[in-house]
Design a protein around this ligand. Structure first.
Ligand SMILES: Cc1cc2nc3c(=O)[nH]c(=O)nc-3n(C[C@H](O)[C@H](O)[C@H](O)COP(=O)(O)O)c2cc1C
Length: 211
């Protein structure tokens, strides 16, 4: 099947793009409002794009009525946000945070979660998350109805059991983030495998870095 994106309605574009560019990791984004109300919202238009500088990117849509989501208002005002990674234990709470509430609702408490005060930014991170990254807003790009947020990571919190004793490599049996597939379908990373490039290139080809 072929789809001409220059004439495809937005709903179809969303359905196709989000179904096929998958699985997408989920950032449970915590922010704090100017009145001090904690907020949490899942975002799967999310990924890491650089380690130097350490940049995470979020793609946030305006609501169907054109209004801006609380997450955007909060991170715009405070200049910071925190990305909390989501595993199976956090999955149900994450969906509760995905419901649209009035800005004065503490979504973290509503979802039965707990906040740990952040180290370098306002607000906090979710104590139940296996990994949380405190970010300072580096840039906000307003592109039609999409708001693209670049955040620079300033502090990372990792649950001890998710890393080896040296704090270098992840323990795959202990860190198993979930990711979004299509519609309400998700996947967990409990079938991980190692895949290495062959030692030798295919016959007749030389490695570019070979002496
Ligand atoms: C798994 C999941 C992923 C989502 N990803 C996004 C996203 O990438 N961008 C977005 O604008 N909304 C996304 N949403 C919807 C927001 O989480 C939802 O609109 C939320 O109510 C916004 O909350 P806020 O107004 O407190 O910021 C997602 C929802 C779920 C459940």
């Amino acid at each position: 099947m072929e789809f001409d994106f220059t004439s495809l309605p937005e709903r179809d574009r969303y359905r196709l793009l989000s179904s096929f560019v998958a699985p997408r990791p989920i950032a449970l984004v915590t922010t704090v409002s100017p009145d001090g109300v904690p907020n949490a919202a899942p975002m799967s238009f999310f990924n890491v794009f650089s380690q130097e500088p350490p940049i995470l990117i979020l793609g946030i849509q305006t609501r169907p009525d054109g209004s801006v989501k609380d997450t955007v208002n909060n991170l715009d005002a405070s200049g910071s946000f925190c990305v909390n990674m989501v595993d199976m234990d956090l999955a149900n709470a994450m969906t509760i945070c995905g419901i649209s509430y009035e800005p004065d609702v503490d979504e973290i408490a509503t979802a039965g979660l707990n906040m740990t005060p952040a180290t370098q930014i306002d607000g906090g991170w979710i104590a139940e998350s296996p990994c949380a990254m405190e970010c300072k807003v580096a840039q906000i790009i307003r592109y039609e109805r999409r708001i693209i947020v670049l955040g620079e990571v300033v502090q990372m919190h990792v649950r001890d059991t998710c890393l080896d004793d040296e704090g270098r490599y992840v323990r795959p049996e202990n860190y198993q983030p979930i990711a979004r597939l299509h519609a309400d379908n998700y996947i967990t990373s409990d079938r991980q495998f190692e895949l290495k490039a062959p030692d030798q290139p295919p016959a007749g080809l030389k490695r570019k870095d070979a002496p």
